[in-house]
Design a protein around this ligand. Structure first.
Ligand code: ACK
Length: 218
């Protein structure tokens, strides 16, 4: 019935505790500020502007998309495939409301999105849906949890679902053996360019953030 359908959320995920949100947003902003001043980035700024020689202000380019979180299962209020099964999983019920430590291991930027890669532990992977990667057929060969991320911002007109897809795209390039172009050792870590506006900063020290496993109804 209708009531039953309405009890399923828009999505389940880990929600960064509010005290840490500002800090992560600042880290992301600092990264964008530094990135767009690098000569190596300016050389490829047409990936973002479509025009050669035109500079881009990445801080303005992306807009924030609400509460920082790492989606586990997008349920679309029950309309998404497997939503009900996921909500009924023992682990989902058991850990609902629990606080976890998420490890942010990389920051990435594309002309569409900016996000943080989340490296999930074995314990956290029990909350990860088996088909999260394989909905992108090429990504079915990637390890479970590869798509895990926190969306930090989206370009004008881009939906946040794109962030995880952009991450999978970069990880697939890596898996295919594309090393990318190691551009610079930054304070936070090493910066690699994968072409077509795709940048990845592997963090020297992962950022650990407390996050509550819960759901969002909107
Ligand atoms: O940034 P995200 O992970 O990408 O968080 C938002 C959240 O659900 C609310 O929109 C994610 N999302 C949207 N559509 C999908 C989808 N089809 N598959 C997986 N995640 C999705 C979006």
């Amino acid at each position: 019935g209708l009531l039953e359908q309405m009890t399923l959320p828009l999505y389940f995920g880990w929600f960064l505790l509010s005290s840490i949100q500002d800090k992560i947003e600042c880290t992301a902003m600092d990264f964008l500020k530094t990135l767009d001043t690098l000569e190596a980035f300016k050389k490829h700024s047409s990936d973002f502007t479509g025009k050669p020689e035109k500079e881009v202000d990445l801080e303005q380019y992306f807009e924030a998309k609400g509460v920082l979180h790492c989606t586990t299962k997008f349920c679309d209020y029950g309309n998404a495939e497997g939503a009900k099964d996921y909500a009924q999983k023992t682990a989902v019920k058991e850990f609902y409301g629990s606080v976890f430590e998420l490890s942010l291991s990389a920051l990435f930027v594309t002309p569409r999105t900016v996000g943080a890669r989340v490296s999930l532990t074995e314990e956290q992977l029990v909350l990860w849906p088996a088909d999260a990667e394989s909905v992108v057929p090429a990504a079915a060969s990637l390890p479970l949890g590869s798509r895990a991320h926190v969306t930090l911002g989206c370009a004008n007109g881009v939906e946040p679902v794109q962030t995880g897809l952009d991450l999978l795209e970069i990880l697939l390039l890596q898996q295919e053996g594309q090393q990318g172009e190691l551009v610079e050792e930054m304070e936070l870590g090493s910066l690699t360019y994968y072409g077509e506006g795709r940048w990845l900063l592997n963090l020297r020290e992962p950022i650990c953030v407390p996050a509550c496993f819960s759901s969002f109804f909107g």
